[in-house]
Design a protein around this ligand. Sequence first.
Ligand code: FES
Ligand code: FES
Length: 158
Amino acid sequence: MTPRTIKVTVNGVEYEKTIEPRLTLADFLRHELSLPGTHVGCEHGVCGACTVLWNGRTVRSCIMLAVQADGSELTTVEGLSRDGELNPIQQAFVEEHGLQCGFCTPGFLMTVTELLEFHPDPTDEQIMDYLGGQICRCTGYQSILAAVRSAIEKRKAV
Ligand code: FES
Ligand code: FES
């Protein structure tokens, strides 16, 4: 296939790259842009580890082609902190032990980012609805729920 040149803005930085049309967005971020925070688990859209924000909404970057992101804005987990400071959602995950091995964590963080952007004070049902698509094999989810609730309070206090 003929390589295609795409332009994207990722975490506020503009990139122009010539890539194979079959390259997934996850592999593009990890290997072309050297942003390995987006993890790849199942590679078929089930586990949520590869979740990133595409124009502000979550997508599974393992089942999206990089060429589909041409002209768009993306945020990965590397874009959440500011000047080396964890944001309130990240801080809450640390404080509430919302991670163990950390493999699923980037996906959870991006999903919670979208949740709180569109529902700053979500009901438990909304939280469950958003997190239902993310798989964690370590935590048993209770500490993740505690982290989300803590993040909500932290954001209210800012
Ligand atoms: S790696 Fe993309 S959903 Fe599992
Ligand atoms: S912390 Fe290990 S998979 Fe979630």
